[in-house]
Structure formats: C-alpha cells, structure tokens
Design a protein around this ligand. Sequence first.
Ligand SMILES: [Zn+2]
Length: 457
Amino acid sequence: MAETQELEKQIIGEVWTSPEIYANVERLCDFGSRFAGTESERQARDFIRAKFGDYGLENVRLATFDYLGWTRGEASLHIAEPLHKKLPSAISLVYSPNTPPGGLRAEVVSVGMGTKAEYAAKGDQIAGKLVIANTDSPAHQRWVHRREKYGYALAGDAAGFLFVNHLPGMLPPTGSLRPGKLAEIPAVGLSYEDGFVIQRFLRGGGTVELEMRLTNQTGPTQFSHVIGQAPGQRDDEIVVVGAHYDGHDISQGAVDDASGTALVMELARVFAPLSGQLRRTIRFEAYTAEEIGVFGSTLYVNGMNDVDLGSIGFMLNLDGGALGSGRGLALQGLDELQPLFAGFTREMGYPLDLVNWVGTASDHFPYFMRGVPVASLFAHRPPGSGRGFGHTMADTLDKVSEVELRESAMVAARLLLRLANYEDSIGRRRSQDEIKQILLDHDLEESLRAQDKWPFE
Ligand SMILES: [Zn+2]
C-alpha cells in the first residue's frame, strides 16, 4: 500500500510535468485520419511501434491481418421531388456499396431515431424506400447504434439508408455499416440542416423523392495492431490496456481516438520502467480497424487460442476515455467488478463514476465475448451532445484539451497500478452461457442480431 502510494506519486508527477502525451496526440493527428488502409494509418503504426520500443516495452510486435478495405469516392444527393435541390453535406457511410450507374431514385420514409418500434410503426412502407433515421437515441434506455438502425432498414427491404445528425451545426456523420465487409444497400450521412430540408417537405404527409449517386471502392489490403508489454512477476494474469489508433477518413480522429491512443502510449511510457516490479504483466495494445465495425480487435481476439486467451486476466479499454469533465468506468454487466473498483476509487479519493453499461461498439467487446473480465473508461460530455464532433470532419486537434488528457492519463495510471498489483483475481471469467445471459439482461439481443453480430442460437 505504502509502496503503491510512492509509485503513484512518481507516476503522477511524471504524467503531469511531461509534454509527451500531448506531443503524441499532435503527431498522430499530423499523420492524418489513420483510417484503416491509408498511408497515414501505416505511418501511425510505425510511430507507435517505435515509441513502444523507445519507452522500453518488451516483445514489441505487429499483429497483421488481411481484410477487404474500403475507400471513399464521390457522393451526391439531391431532392428530385417536390423540387430540385442539392443536399451538399451527403457523404457515404463506411462500406456503403455504390448506387447503380444511373443513380438511385426513390421516395423517402422517416423513422425518427430509428428504433425498432419506430421502424415497426412504418410497417411495409419501408420496402423500396430510402429510410431516414437520425443520430439520436431514446433517453434513459440503451443506446441504439447506427449499425442497428441500418440493420432494421435492411430487414425492411429499404432501398437505401440516410443517417442524419440530430444536432444543428454538427456536420454530417460517418460510421461503418457492416464490420469489414461491403454493406448491402447504399447509405449516406447528412447534416441536420440537410435533413431538415427533407423533413420540411415530408411534414403534413408530403412525398419526397431523392436521387443518390455514390462511387466508393473496395479492395484487399492489410492492417496491423501494435502490441508490447511490461513484464510483471507473473505471466498468467496479464492486464491488457488498449485503445484504437485508427480514425475515420474524413478527419484527424483527434478525440476518437488519437487521444485514447495517447493514453495507452503514456501508460506504456510510465510503466515500462517498472518492469519486474509489479505483480502482473501489462500488455499495451493499439488497435486499428475499430472504426470499421470493431473489426480489427475482433479478428485479433477471435484468433487467439485458449492458452493465450487464458493468460489474460483483465482488459481495460481507453477508447473515448481521454476527454471530458468527470470520468467513469463502464463495468459491462460484470457485477463483481463494482466492489473491486469502488474499493480502488475510495483508496484513490477520486470520484470515478461506476456504471454497469455493456458497450458493444469498441475493442473491449471481443474480449468480453470470450469471457475475459473487461471495463471501459469513459469521460462525461455535456448532456445531449451525443457523439459531439466524433465521426465528423471536425474531430480535429483543436478539440483536445491537454489538461483533460493528462488528468485521464493520471486516473488510468492509478487504476492500472492497482490492477497490476491486485492480490486476487480481477473479476472472474464467464462461460458463453453467462455472456449470453448478460447480453439478454441488457436488452442487446435485438441490437446484435440487427448488426449480424449475435453468435448464439
Ligand atoms: Zn472510438
């Protein structure tokens, strides 16, 4: 305990006084989007690998996978009826297929936020239409993910999918439709303002026809995660700490998730010198291909044999945990983690908000699905702000607060220190039946089925 406190002071002092963490965010943003398959992604990969080595991590390596890459082309959308009007904000969603050579012309049907109930209320009006759903999700209920909304459009035989920002001034959103594979129907993101133009004509039962033309490309390519570790005194309960370094192709992915990657790199920097001193080995993982449907880490984790996976005691995901006012941990429905982290929180004297959400759309999820105890750090954003500028072209370096970044790194470091030295097992592994039950308890079957991600009967 006294030893932990001494180490903690040393680590916090280092994080608070060093310019390294922000400099790393700058470098990651300067490479560009780091979107899977781009040159900027490869530059970031090499940069992280070199830094892991410089910081003194051991066994620094790449985990490389083949996959079907997707490259954005032109997108054009205009209202054809009741009057001709261009909707200039339209951008393809990731893995959108192309429209037929002559374009796609169809009527629009609005499904509000795009919940299952809203789709159901439209009945067979979905078939053959362009469905328009916004980025919002019902208050006080589980989050309805874009891929779920897209899945319902597909199930209703829609001709296409429009995903409209529900917040004014927040630009058109991007995001993936299917994990690592070409989606079935053309889909675009639209700004609130362009969405309003459509809604205005729909109001009062009017009919709106749109014409859409999308030209994107797919082709075989590769991606690589970057992995390194700081050895502990034992090797059988490794603590994994990870975040994704890829961003969306339309921005710098500064908040989502250069900032989370910089947290992982900062932890690597301050924990590498402690090699051999802590109880557990810490493994640092910088993933890519997260923004294409949590595809990268899914391939990686599903490719692990039982022995390798069995050596992992816990996974802490830092995606989205770097920037915001208060910080919290999402404990993924794993009850026994509540008293554990409540104890850490008391000891730290830091008001960490412990919630029991199960997140299915980031890199802890593949570990969770294989029964490994996981938690995900998050930072509070202003209520009602949704993803903020995440997934838009405004997710740029200017949104990154150096102070918040350092505070998150300190919180993450204090947690990691306790996880690495904890005397008992950190949580317990779950069987596939238990995982299924947690997902059912959290009302996630429908969502995962719509996304083609439900692996159970
Ligand atoms: Zn992210």
